[in-house]
Design a binder for this molecule. Structure first.
Ligand code: DSN
Length: 436
């Protein structure tokens, strides 16, 4: 495939090659990042891109959908099986689109939402004032406890009683602790609100049984599929048995034609592949290692004097407060980028810095765990972060850190390690290997 591209568009080919090299040579610690399998990539880049389809299996607005009807039904069944759901909609283009479809299902413009504050770990699509959600709905926010930095469910209940939201959103993009979906449902019931669980970050852990599932509790469950699930860049909506009878058809029409148009059939196929992979024993091992890596990295960083928000992590990510080190999140992100360690600056709860500066960074282990990094590498990475952030690094230190990053990357060479890890199914050599 790449050889066609090389001939027809050498500029784009060269950029892809450059990005492949970056992915190979960098330690990827952005918590939402991961590496898909080659099988997922093949489905994403397949001839399914050529097929136009609108509507749902058996209810299409174009002909020629016999094959893709089978494909979409198979994907739906796999999603239901993996998560123990009774309804699945695989058509949302992204996690944000999935959220918008839920809003369209139960809210009218001006209705109240209560969601996690963006600066405390929430997500843009949950109602930040400059977003579509924030402009259409009346959005209010709960925050973490100022002392423990954990969610304070009693406080959320009091706020819910005061605000009387029509929808409560449980879910985050930078909250390192377990979320109690049952408690959230009790709060929602007490104030007569619907509960949406957005599990974009933790869906892989939920699928592997390593984080409590929201399916028995939430009215709606949404997610993006490229993070801990290791799928394509896409979205998904699930319903449990208590809400499917009432909402299945409404969600269908909220997704299409409510918030989007023709189906991304190639992404549906890639999600089907992702779901099959997520049912394998190796996926469970991967997620256990992901949690173990995260726990070890958190401990190693704290031992080196870094303060972690909430004092640690229960999941695949952690937030480092760099106030003690005297640098901003922006400076830390840039310093680490200079040695090919990729992180993102992140607001911390009650942060006094602007979102473009931030007082901390978010660090996640999903991508490096896919790459095969284990306990020993977590020790090394903590040491490298310490060398770069605890004080201004010298030229000599920077050179030594760069060498160590190269060594670690060579030890676990990019995406090809996934194929070896997962056995025969992905045994074929990648284009990247063939070219190098
Ligand atoms: N939701 C954003 C994140 O958590 O990084 C991007 O997917």
């Amino acid at each position: 495939m790449n050889s066609c591209l090389k001939v027809s568009d050498p500029e784009i080919f060269a950029l892809l090659d450059q990005e492949a090299q970056r992915q190979k040579d960098n330690i990827e610690l952005i918590a939402s990042a991961n590496f898909t399998s080659r099988a997922v990539l093949e489905a994403t880049g397949s001839i399914l891109t050529n097929k136009v389809a609108e509507g749902y299996p058996g209810r299409r607005y174009f002909s020629g959908c016999e094959t893709i009807d089978v494909l979409e039904n198979l994907a739906i069944e796999r999603a239901k099986q993996l998560f123990g759901a009774t309804y699945a909609n695989l058509e949302p283009y992204t996690g944000s689109q999935a959220n918008h479809a839920v809003y369209l299902t139960v809210l009218k413009p001006g209705d109240r939402i209560l969601a996690m504050d963006l600066g405390h770990g929430g997500h843009l699509s949950h109602g930040a004032k400059f977003t579509m959600t924030g402009k259409i709905y009346d959005c209010h926010f709960y925050q973490v406890d100022p002392d423990t930095e954990y969610l304070d469910y009693d406080r959320i209940l009091s706020q819910a009683k005061e605000i009387r939201p029509k929808l409560i959103i449980a879910g985050a993009s930078s909250y390192p602790r377990t979320i109690d979906f049952q408690r959230f449902r009790e709060i929602a019931d007490e104030v007569g609100a619907y509960l949406l669980a957005d599990i974009a970050h933790i869906c892989g852990l939920v699928a592997a049984g390593l984080h409590p599932s929201p399916i028995p509790h939430a009215h709606f469950v949404t997610m993006s599929t490229q993070k801990t699930l290791r799928g394509p860049r896409s979205g998904m909506i699930l319903l449990g048995e208590h809400s499917a009878p009432e909402f299945a058809r409404k969600i269908d029409s909220a997704v299409f034609p409510g918030v989007q148009g023709a189906v991304h059939v190639h992404a549906i196929a890639a999600k089907a592949v992702m779901l099959k992979e997520a049912m394998s024993a190796s996926f469970g091992s991967y997620q256990r290692q992901n949690l173990e890596n995260s726990r070890i990295l958190a401990e190693e960083l704290m031992e080196r004097g870094f303060r972690l928000v909430s004092g640690g992590t229960d999941n695949h990510l952690m937030l480092l407060d760099l106030t003690e080190q005297g640098i901003t999140g922006k400076e830390a992100e840039e310093r680490l980028a200079s040695v090919r360690i990729t992180v993102n600056k992140n607001l911390l709860p009650y942060d006094s810095q602007k979102p473009t500066v931030c007082s901390g960074i978010r660090v996640g282990t999903s991508a490096i765990t896919t790459r095969g990094f284990g306990a020993q590498e977590m020790h090394s990475i903590a040491e490298l972060i310490n060398k770069m952030l605890s004080s201004e690094p010298t030229v000599n230190t920077i050179a030594k850190v760069q060498d160590e990053v190269s060594r670690l990357c060579r030890l676990h060479p990019h995406i090809d390690s996934i194929y070896e890890q997962d056995g025969d199914r992905f045994a074929r050599k990648s284009e990247y290997q063939l070219h190098n």
